[in-house]
Design a protein around this ligand. Structure first.
Ligand SMILES: Cc1cc2nc3c(=O)[nH]c(=O)nc-3n(C[C@H](O)[C@H](O)[C@H](O)COP(=O)(O)OP(=O)(O)OC[C@H]3O[C@@H](n4cnc5c(N)ncnc54)[C@H](O)[C@@H]3O)c2cc1C
Length: 443
């Protein structure tokens, strides 16, 4: 596996301290031994891979998931738990120019379908995921950002068919959002917060019950095609399949398959979780809502008060990787937490961790067949919003592998990933971009 961050980013240290690990066990899975023949083999045991496996097994297909570490070891087991709209970063005007208004709306509707898809899975499999929040709220971090939010609100109905709510600064107190340094907000009534590990554990259990074979500690180290079949090899076994779904997102490799080289940009995000806050703590800060929120910065902060009283706060992570960069990222998330919520500066945050998301050059997620590799599909690049979109993209990729053209996968998501400039050195593009965004967030 050729990867573009140093080995540290793919080891256990960045995820050490992840709060979710303490909240539930992953159902037991085996290590692959020997050879198996299935219809569909899936690389990666996060939301994308496991959702695809559940869908395929339920449809009667034979399916195996190969996960290099443990299920949920990647971003799916260590994210902020915002089950929300999103998946791409391209603005409406950009989508209209590239694909036309109709395709833009189809993509926005897919974002909504992704949230409803997760909601249905939770209901169907009776998953206990500590759900809360009525949609999601974006908070203006500068007075002038209220104009941006008003412009966004005007497009919400067209895109998602729901009515948003603009909250003026003077009304933030009524919403339990008085204490933050914000100038108003926009709430979109779609999405909710969840415990991502409990959600994934529920999917793993359901996929196993439906007949999917799930293998942990089973990295795929080679992929070849012989006699029309794909052979996925690892240290202790091989899976032979008619179709392969690559579901490795931010933990992808340049050579699995080779086509991916240069076509995804892993980026880090860092999160902290406080000790449970008391009623007095909440009132002291003036923040009592359990609404999941983020701010209007390009390099945004995301935060939510969870049902157990703990507060989760996250932001972009380090550009570099290694023990020093990781420690600095954790210091920075703590510093920003204290600056946005100063009355909680004394509140301990015993848990913090980092993980990898994935960006695409054209700022859109991809679900489709890998050009030149018949029967190999990929679903990835959710731009830090993959709880809902990753789950849904896994299902969409599964449909494609089954040969079902349901028309549900918008053409916006079918456009193959374009290459970034600079190949393996493409991470050099990020520092100037972050500097530019930081400046735009300040002025
Ligand atoms: C700190 C953080 C906070 C986030 N917060 C949110 C949020 O609040 N809301 C939201 O919507 N999104 C959030 N995200 C993004 C979201 O978590 C991801 O988009 C989503 O989990 C991607 O799921 P996935 O299954 O595609 O990939 P992952 O969950 O990353 O899984 C990929 C898996 O592939 C495995 N793998 C890689 N190579 C191989 C191989 N060769 N063989 C076998 N296995 C392999 C890895 O071990 C890994 O487990 C966050 C991400 C991070 C890191």
């Amino acid at each position: 596996m050729r990867r573009i961050f140093a080995a540290f980013a793919y080891e256990d240290v960045p995820r050490k301290g992840c709060w979710w690990d303490k909240t539930c066990e992953m159902p037991p899975t085996e290590v692959l031994e020997g050879s198996r023949r299935v219809q569909v083999a899936i690389i990666g045991g996060g939301f994308t891979g496991v959702s695809a496996a559940l869908y395929l097994a339920t449809a009667g297909a034979s399916v195996a998931v190969l996960e290099a570490q443990d299920f949920g070891w990647g971003a799916s087991g260590r994210n902020g738990g915002f089950c929300c709209l999103g998946g791409g970063m391209a603005e409406d005007a950009e989508l209209d120019a590239r694909f036309g208004r109709g395709e833009r709306i189809a993509f926005r509707q897919a974002e909504k379908s992704a949230v409803l898809f997760v909601e249905n899975l939770i209901r169907r499999y009776r998953l206990d995921v500590d759900r809360h929040s009525q949609g999601e709220t974006e908070l203006a971090h500068r007075p002038k950002d209220m104009k941006t939010l008003q412009a966004r609100a005007a497009r919400i109905f067209e895109n998602y068919g729901v009515e948003p709510q603009i909250i003026e600064k003077s009304d933030l107190e009524d919403q339990g959002m008085k204490g933050g340094p914000f100038f108003g907000a926009l709430t979109v009534p779609l999405g909710f917060g969840l415990n991502p590990r409990k959600y994934l554990a529920g999917l793993v259990k359901a996929a196993r019950s439906a007949g999917a074979q799930l293998f942990r500690r089973s990295p795929v180290t080679g992929m070849t095609r012989r006699d029309g079949l794909h052979h996925l090899t690892g240290p202790s076994g091989t899976v032979i399949a008619e179709h392969v779904i690559v579901a490795t997102n931010g933990y992808s490799s340049e050579d699995l398959p080779d086509w991916l080289a240069g076509r995804y940009m892993p980026g880090q995000s860092t999160v902290l979780v406080t000790r449970p806050l008391s009623k007095a703590d909440l009132e002291a800060q003036g923040w009592t809502t359990d609404q999941m929120c983020y701010d209007t910065r390009h390099l945004l902060h995301y935060f939510r008060l969870m049902p157990d009283g703990r507060f989760l706060f996250g932001m972009r992570g380090a550009l570099l990787t290694g023990p020093r960069a990781e420690a600095a990222a954790r210091r920075k998330v703590r510093q920003d937490f204290e600056s946005l919520f100063p009355r909680w500066a004394h509140i301990e945050s015993p848990n913090s961790w980092s993980g990898m998301v994935s960006l695409a050059r054209k700022k859109l997620p991809f679900v489709g067949e890998i050009p030149g590799l018949k029967g190999v599909w990929a679903a990835m690049c959710y731009h830090g919003n993959g709880v809902a979109m990753g789950s849904y993209a896994g299902r969409l990729a599964a449909d494609l592998a089954l040969g079902r053209e349901t028309g549900e996968c918008p053409s916006v998501m079918r456009a193959p990933l374009a290459r970034f400039p600079l190949g393996r050195a493409r991470r050099a593009l990020m520092p100037p971009l972050y500097a530019q965004l930081m400046l735009a967030d300040r002025v």
